[in-house]
Design a protein around this ligand. Structure first.
Ligand code: BT5
Length: 247
């Protein structure tokens, strides 16, 4: 299968962003772009540095889960130093940017599964992992990792237990990772620049959630809550009505 040639130069060419993508690092293969992002942030990388990998060998999800990134996918991480009060809006901006980029480049309709998945017809096409270092009341760094299944087939998703899909499977043709990344970075940059007026990001994110109204089983590090997802609050927390009727 032919693959588009992903390079830092190809992504950067004509990219007209204020912050995100001012510096782009491309690694043909790495363990995890978030791992590299954290190391770079600790070494004082400029805000908006983006690390892109052609392939990850130790891609990670939340709660120590693994994220599959064979060649043909997008794996990237964005280093940001937001104000503490804007931290909760980052996941909303990142997932909305993915939804917009997929819709713009492929015409496919995508939705957001709380808190961090982008779905096409109930199948996971993207996962997002934000890793932050918070020092009492300030943010030392945040690394927003985004993984999108692009030009991979069903065989490459065979080992994934959750229902999953790729843009190739959905459209029947290869999708330019370069176009998708450029669209994603531009959109995220636009939202990041206006995060301090968070209302708009929150409202649009809530409207795109496919989770509301459905039966959920929410797992955190120390508890599992089962019930109906009723709403989200302005911080992005999911409000679940459990079987006893408690919100
Ligand atoms: C996520 O975690 O969905 C966050 C994934 C973040 C990946 C990006 S890639 C760039 C950056 N560098 C990293 O190392 N990570 C970030 P979570 O919600 O915990 O979902 C993980 C679960 O999704 C796994 O347990 C599998 O069931 C499933 N999964 C793994 N690989 C998948 C894939 N390629 N497509 C769909 N589902 C997958």
């Amino acid at each position: 299968m032919s693959r588009d040639l992903l390079t830092a130069e190809a992504v950067a060419e004509g990219l007209n962003t204020r912050t995100i993508g001012r510096r782009i690092i491309f690694l043909p293969e790495t363990g995890s772009t978030n791992e590299i992002g954290i190391r770079e942030a600790l070494n004082g990388a400029p805000e908006g540095t983006v690390i892109i990998a052609g392939k990850q060998t130790r891609g990670r999800g939340r709660l120590k889960r693994a994220w599959n990134t064979p060649e043909g996918n997008i794996a990237l991480s964005v280093i940001l130093y937001p104000d503490m009060t804007l931290l909760h809006l980052l996941i909303m901006a990142a997932s909305l940017a993915v939804v917009h980029a997929i819709e713009t480049v492929t015409g496919l309709k995508a939705g957001i599964k709380w808190p961090n998945d982008v779905l096409i017809d109930d199948r996971k096409v993207c996962g997002i992992l934000i890793e932050s270092d918070i020092r009492s009341t300030s943010v030392n760094y945040t690394v927003t990792g985004i993984g999108i299944n692009v030009n991979i087939g069903r065989d490459e998703l065979a080992g994934v237990l959750t229902p999953a899909t790729s843009l190739l499977i959905e459209t029947g043709k290869e999708v330019s990772r370069i176009d998708l990344i450029r669209e994603l970075l531009s959109d995220m940059d636009r939202m990041y620049s206006s995060l301090s007026s968070g209302e708009r990001v929150f409202g649009e994110w809530r409207d795109r959630l496919v989770t509301l109204g459905s039966e959920v089983r929410a797992t955190s590090v120390n508890e599992v809550i089962e019930g109906v997802a009723e709403s989200v609050d302005a911080s992005g927390n999911l409000l679940v009505r459990d079987t006893a009727g408690t919100l």
